[in-house]
Design a protein around this ligand. Sequence first.
Ligand SMILES: Nc1ncnc2c1ncn2[C@@H]1O[C@H](COP(=O)(O)OP(=O)(O)O)[C@@H](O)[C@H]1O
Ligand SMILES: [Mg+2]
Length: 290
Amino acid sequence: MSDKQEQEYADEPTDDPTTDDMRIETDVSESVASPGATMSTNTVVRAENVDVWYNDEQALQDISLDIPENQVTAMIGPSGCGKSTFLRCINRMNDLIDAARVEGDLYLRGKNVYDDDVDPVALRRRVGMVFQSPNPFPKSIYDNVAYGLKIQNKEGDYDEIVEDSLKRAALWDEVNDRLDESGLELSGGQQQRLCIARAIAPDPEVLLMDEPASALDPVATSQIEDLISELAEEYTVVIVTHNMQQAARISNKTAVFLTGGELVEFNDTEKIFENPESQRVEDYITGKFG
Ligand SMILES: Nc1ncnc2c1ncn2[C@@H]1O[C@H](COP(=O)(O)OP(=O)(O)O)[C@@H](O)[C@H]1O
Ligand SMILES: [Mg+2]
């Protein structure tokens, strides 16, 4: 897509080619068999037979699952089982990795995000991401949060959006008197909440979080966990964690990936941790391996 087209895309969100198909697909979604899908909720992200390779190495095998709206879906499993790879399929971040090849279908509200007419930049505005290590830009707290709005030339009252995003990220009270200070001056936990504020400022529909608390101390971790539960009231949250207790505490649904890039079980979190179907999942969550 050319720069000009991209600009048009940014200026006119109503041009978004996804809307019509999306509704149709969302309506039929309940009738399609899917492990663990809750019948009463809408599917926001659907993976169908997704395979990913890095060169000749297969990282994900035949992944199918439905991610429900306004819930926290956790991805757990041992290191190297493809959790981050799966997250990056959803917002096409794997496009940025030359060796990566994605096959199968990945839908955001019924629209295949790999269709030719989908602009990955526009997609990433609808699907925000927070990474393992807090990575604020070397800019002021204010500019960090306003960053996405500025590059999109988004209209609106930036002061209001920055304040609102910082409030939603549970950081406002700690920084409202020093918005001009560098984001890098903040503590690790504050930096991660700043990154969350930056990710939600453009008002995405889905928030992907790749081990967002694994670099933080226990107090900061607990703040992030509380925050994630609150965020799910407004966003569909998909979180990778290798901390099983964390998944059990904060998620509604849990997907268990195991070595080889296989999705072994996907179900309500309670069911996964209390009475999993699969012996391999039982062994994993009881610590027999992994
Ligand atoms: N950029 C990359 N290039 C090549 N191989 C990669 C790349 N990223 C991940 N992999 C490989 O893909 C597999 C899954 O990795 P990843 O998705 O990072 O797993 P997880 O997040 O569960 O630890 C691993 O074998 C890893 O080595
Ligand atoms: Mg990872």
